[in-house]
Ligand binder design. Sequence first.
Ligand SMILES: O=c1[nH]c(=O)c2[nH]c(=O)[nH]c2[nH]1
Length: 300
Amino acid sequence: MPNTILGQNQYGKAENRVVKITRDGATHHIKDLNVSVALSGDLDEVHYSGSNANVLPTDTTKNTVFAFAKEQGIESAEQFGIALARHFVDTTEPIRTARIRVEEYAWERIAGSGGGRPHSFVRGGRETRTAQITYDGQSVQVLSGLKGLTVLNSTDSEFWGYIKDKYTTLKEDHDRILATEVTAVWRHNSAHQGPGWDASYEATREQMLGAFAETYSLSLQQTLYQMGSQVLQNRPELEEIRFSMPNKHHFRVDLEPFGLGNEAADGAVYFAADRPYGLIEATVLRDGAESLIPADMTNL
Ligand SMILES: O=c1[nH]c(=O)c2[nH]c(=O)[nH]c2[nH]1
């Protein structure tokens, strides 16, 4: 039998769905998170011999998520993740590193005649907010982000001037739809370690959307870079942002067989294809900043 050794390993309870209601008199507030815990440390023995002496049960990590939601409340995804990561490493000797991943789902207050209803919510059609917190006993690393932010420009997009070889059939386009579903992860500089996570998130999202809308696009790559660049220029607390952006192709339908023109300028009919799709991914950095967001972080 060949000899084997244990490589990278981590464990914990994934996808703890925790909903916290905060009551402010008759007015309620809701936080809806999906929290995944991954712990690593002095855990060779459980793999080699099955000794659980160094194992904090994944069941306990689940309980901790719910107990912390009650004891400390949930101020933001980032704050909650930082508190959990510190707890696992600082209170459990064999645990050396904790990685907490958080997804946050938005709920909006249902409108009423006298303003928003106090305790009724509708799940927002918005993107999912994400955060990843890593703590190794020394420093806390926070990556914030979002996924599922679907955007579309119905004009101001062209694509032409590309390489043409014997397999190229794509026609040059001077007025196309540009649509994508943005996944983005960004890194704050070390001076910004909260609070203010929510305000930073909203402002970053707004810059991203503004840049998408305002860029006259010659390629999705160019739009992506403009989005990242505008975020970094307007959010001094950020150092680096990575995007994964599928090109949600909208092809003008050939209506010639029915004697119909279908020009973009006249208001065209498109076929919204779902696959395959172009996939455009890149990191944008502040000049001089270190590239620390892993390339696969936006493919989770
Ligand atoms: O914005 C685009 N970038 C590409 O690289 C590409 N390739 C392609 O076929 N269509 C597009 N569109």
